[in-house]
Ligand binder design. Structure first.
Ligand SMILES: N[C@@H](CCC(=O)N[C@@H](CS)C(=O)NCC(=O)O)C(=O)O
Length: 210
């Protein structure tokens, strides 16, 4: 049986989606969390000198979204046909754009007032077009499951759930909730949060700063 080790810091951010995929699939993995002090000794052991990194039987692979996609495909959480897989990929690209074009800029901005301003602009001007499309996709799934695609849970559901959770927590420090006033997303969040393996993990996972 393959042995999995997931390396990251003691936080959720870019590693949490892979953890959720493991948990939903019921597959064991070693959740290795380096402290900031330990990290410099381990940086050169990682393919790109960054984490998260997944080690499988001694082979290390990197890039958080690629890791989550790989695991989801391995564990049957990537949809039941090519269109479902496409819609999941589309959702990954949407969140990659939100993170790379907006969230990362807020993170690196030094001025506190400017950070708040950027967070408010994200909510008002940039996020709506993405969230409108996500809601449209949810409505297009007429299976009645409430999941993002098809009738079974996929990594698309875990991605949407984890992004909402993380962005709310992080943007909350600037008083911004870009998901506010979107009952369909709220409903989906509750559905995924109530999946037994996810609910159990959310209950027992370490409380971390990010
Ligand atoms: N695109 C990469 C980003 C990886 C990344 O920048 N990781 C950060 C933590 S979120 C890191 O390892 N920083 C420590 C360093 O670069 O020394 C991914 O999504 O995995």
């Amino acid at each position: 049986m393959t042995s999995f080790k997931l390396y990251y810091f003691d936080g959720r951010w870019t590693a949490e989606l892979a953890r959720l995929v493991f948990k939903q699939a019921g597959v064991d993995f070693e959740d290795i969390r380096y402290t900031e002090e330990e990290w410099p000794q381990h940086k050169s052991e990682m393919p790109l000198g960054a984490m998260p990194v997944l080690e499988m039987d001694g082979r290390k692979i990197c890039q958080s979204f690629a890791i989550a996609r790989y695991l989801a495909k391995e564990f049957g959480l990537f949809g039941s046909n090519n269109m479902e897989a496409f819609l999941i990929d589309e959702l990954f690209e949407i969140f990659a754009e939100i993170v790379n074009n907006y969230i990362v800029k807020i993170y690196y901005e030094k001025d506190e007032d400017k950070k708040k301003e950027l967070a408010e602009t994200l909510k008002k001007d940039s996020a709506p077009k993405y969230l409108n499309l996500i809601e449209k996709r949810l409505k297009e799934n007429t299976s009645g499951s409430g999941f993002y695609v098809g009738s079974e849970v996929t990594v698309g559901d875990l991605l949407l759930y984890n992004s909402m959770d993380g962005h709310r927590k992080w943007l909350g420090q600037y008083g911004v909730d870009m998901y506010e006033g979107r009952p369909l997303l709220e409903e989906h969040f509750k559905l995924v949060g109530a999946l037994p393996n996810i609910a159990k993990w959310v209950q027992e996972r370490p409380e971390t700063a990010y």
